[in-house]
Design a protein around this ligand. Structure first.
Ligand code: SF4
Length: 165
């Protein structure tokens, strides 16, 4: 099974109440094969829809948040770190319950980003880093790919399945 960001599967769970539906053929195929588990960590952490946009501030990206040396704040200055960390743990639980060993999560999100996240300035500027949920999943051996990297995700899935046979 593959854990997938709910917004990529068409759920209107983003901060602005919209989705980010991906119609990539690989995702559609995996969906029709019943391989996908949909999850939104920010909803899982108790945040509402819609909600203020949030970004990670402080060095270390998502790993720093888990280590307590970075925070997640909204554009109005509200500290929402606890909700993001709670959502990450619930996403991990959802993945483990479903037997998911890899994930496809939305790039650039402070929860789901896997190579870039917004830099905490709320200016639309992204820099290298990972989201809070991505960091936790990776710590637990669940490799995270973005929706822009589905061919590598497919190769990884093949490797996992080959190792099982
Ligand atoms: Fe999508 Fe992840 Fe943001 Fe939820 S937390 S809306 S799944 S990018």
């Amino acid at each position: 099974m593959i854990l997938v960001s709910g917004c990529l599967l068409g759920q209107p769970v983003r901060y602005d109440g919209r989705d980010k539906l991906s119609e990539d053929a690989l995702l559609l195929r995996w969906r029709s094969e019943g391989r996908l588990v949909s999850y939104c960590p920010e909803i899982g952490g108790g945040l509402p829809v819609p909600r203020r946009p949030a970004e990670i501030i402080g060095a270390g990206g998502g790993t720093g948040v888990l280590d307590g040396c970075a925070r997640v704040v909204t554009d109005t200055g509200l500290d929402v770190t606890d909700a993001f960390v709670r959502g990450a743990h619930r996403a991990l639980q959802a993945a483990e319950r479903a037997g998911a060993r890899m994930a496809v999560l939305k790039e650039s999100s402070p929860s789901c980003g896997s190579s870039r996240i917004y830099d905490g300035t709320f200016t639309g500027t992204a820099s290298p880093g990972v989201g809070v949920t991505t960091a936790l999943l990776e710590q637990h051996g669940i490799h995270v790919f973005s929706e822009n990297d589905l061919h590598r995700a497919a190769e990884h899935l093949t490797r996992l399945e080959t190792a099982d046979t």
